[in-house]
Every structure is written in C-alpha cells, then in structure tokens.
Design a protein around this ligand. Structure first.
Ligand code: SF4
Length: 319
C-alpha cells in the first residue's frame, strides 16, 4: 500500500511543514517519487521536523542539490550485470534484483535510479535467464534476492523464484533483503513464511536504521520468522541526523538482539545524487563503533563497512 500525492500532502501538513515544504515535496517527488506506507506514517512524530523516521522518508530541500562524487550508480552495479537483473560482483554469490518495487522510498537509497513505481507490477525480471546463468556457474553457492524489495512480490511470484533457484543443486543457501519490517510488518503472513521455508535454507536480512522504526507488529512478525527457524540479520545505513549517536545505535542493537536479530552491517552511505546531507565522515563512524564496543557484547556490534567498486568484498572500516 502506498499513499497518493494528496495523502502525502495531508501527512506532511500534519507534520507542520510550511507551504515551502510542500513545494520541496513536489520537486523531490519528480526526482525520486515519494512513497510511504500508513504504517510508517504512524511511526513518525507529527510536528517534529527532526523526527528520525520522517527524515528517512519525507524529502528535504537538501536532496534537490547534487554534490561532486555522487552518482546514479555509485556502486557501478551495471558493470557487474552479466544478464539483466543479476549482479555478480563477489565470488560464490550473486544478487538478483527480484523486482524494482519497494513499499517505501528511502530518501538516501543508492538504487534510486533502479526503483521506480511505474514498474510496480512488473514480474521478476528475466527469471529464466538469471536461473540459467546461476545454473551454468557452479561456483555460485548463494543467491540473494534483493531489489526493490522482494517481499513486495506476490507469494506466488516469490515462490516461483525460491523454487527455481532452490532446484539448482550447487546453490546451497538463499537470502532475502527486505525493508518490510519497517514499511509494513503485516506482510509477514503465515502463507509468506511457508513460501520462505519451501526451498533451500534461507537467511533474511532486514534493514532498520533507528529504534523508532520498531513496533508491536514488527516484534510479532520477527518472532514468527525466528520461530520458523529463519535466521535474521539486520543492516543499518549510517545517516547523519538520524542515527549518528552511540546511544541510538546501542539502543538499536539491544532492541535487535532482544528480538533475535543479529546486527550485521553498519554501512557508510553510498553516494547517490542528493544524499550529501546524510553522509557521516569515516572518522566519526569509527568513533561510533568504538563507543558501541564499550557498551555491547561483540556479537551485538555491527561491522562498519563500505562498498567500494572494484573490491572483491565489502571493505571493513574498523578492525
Ligand atoms: S527499501 Fe531498499 S531499495 Fe527500496 S528505497 Fe529503501 S533502501 Fe532503496
């Protein structure tokens, strides 16, 4: 479910934005369409322009300005796409862009140019070609379904993908990357869990950046996933003005651990156009990890990583 423009304007008015703010919204919408769910709206504190959830989904005027070093394909993913919709960058695993649709549009997204609502009803791209590529590359042990958000696919479409890749003998595990625990935890139905459990062992990587994204329904969704035996990891993007404080990140890690989710990665921002206002310098990021290590057990401290095009794995920025 996503809001139409007039509903977005109403939401934003309830956040006390001025008419100038609504104007910004229109301009930002034409660069990267605004998409936000009723569930996310319920997490935003109306009247707080610095709300850490609002900042992730409501555009600011800063995103109308590009900065040097920003790129519509900052990770140069197009260079690693042997067939459309499949990225083979690291040895032993491939990432499949399962669709180009997301339930929400995060304003800092590095795949902004790949995520677009016109494609929202698109079927998974080139499933036959992607499967054929994986089948002929015996070194591929893991298939990662990403996007867009694979959980915006119907159960039927997702099931086809899971069954299709699971039937390749050398594929040992699958992975799903999803933002749905923040966007709409009600998507985690019993039927969906049955689909997820129907193929090779599957790991799920969530994307949660701030404790305020959590909700009772998120707890319930993750409890059912964990009870079904699905290992849960979380990746967080480090965002200036949203989560660049030790206590915020420590609270997030504790919340995740309580819900049987292992904090996995803390990503430095990938520089998509108009995202400079979210960037946190590397020195500050390292200070934050140092602070986390003083407060938390090792397994609750995420790895600080950066995706540098051309490297054979993610670059760890804190040892
Ligand atoms: S859900 Fe993921 S792919 Fe979609 S806009 Fe957010 S960060 Fe980008």
């Amino acid at each position: 479910v996503h809001l139409q423009m007039n509903e977005i304007k109403n939401t934003v008015r309830s956040l006390n934005l001025t008419s100038k703010g609504v104007d910004t919204l229109g301009k930002a919408n034409s660069r990267f369409p605004i998409r936000i769910t009723p569930h996310v709206c319920s997490l935003i504190d109306p009247g707080n322009p610095d709300d850490p959830v609002g900042k992730q989904f409501i555009p600011s005027k800063h995103e109308l300005t590009d900065h040097p070093g920003e790129s519509s394909d900052p990770l140069k993913e197009a260079d690693y796409m042997p067939v459309p919709g499949l990225i083979h960058k690291y040895s032993g695993r491939v990432l499949v862009l399962a669709n180009s649709n997301c339930a929400v549009h995060c304003r800092f997204c590095f795949r902004k140019s790949a995520v677009y609502p016109e494609n929202s009803n698109a079927e998974p791209p080139d499933l036959l070609k992607t499967r054929s590529y994986v089948k002929t590359h015996r070194e591929i042990k893991e298939v990662i379904l990403s996007g867009g958000d694979p959980l915006t696919l119907s159960d039927e479409s997702l099931s086809k993908m899971i069954v299709s890749f699971s039937s390749i003998s050398h594929v040992e595990t699958l992975r799903i990357h999803t933002r749905m625990i923040t966007a709409d935890p009600s998507r985690i139905t019993d039927d969906l869990i049955r689909v997820i459990c129907s193929g090779k062992p599957l790991w799920m990587v969530l994307h949660i950046n701030h404790p305020q994204e959590w909700s009772t329904s998120a707890s319930e969704a993750c409890r059912r996933l964990a009870d079904a035996g699905i290992p849960l990891l979380n990746q967080t993007v480090l965002l200036r003005g949203v989560n660049d404080r030790v206590n915020t990140l420590a609270d997030l890690s504790r919340l995740l651990i309580r819900n049987r989710i292992r904090p996995y990665y803390l990503h430095l921002l990938d520089r998509a156009p108009g995202t400079n206002h979210f960037a946190v310098p590397l020195d500050r990021a390292r200070q934050l990890i140092h602070g986390l290590r003083e407060q938390l057990p090792g397994f609750a401290v995420p790895q600080l990583v950066q995706d540098i095009p051309g490297n054979t794995s993610k670059t760890v920025q804190f040892d």
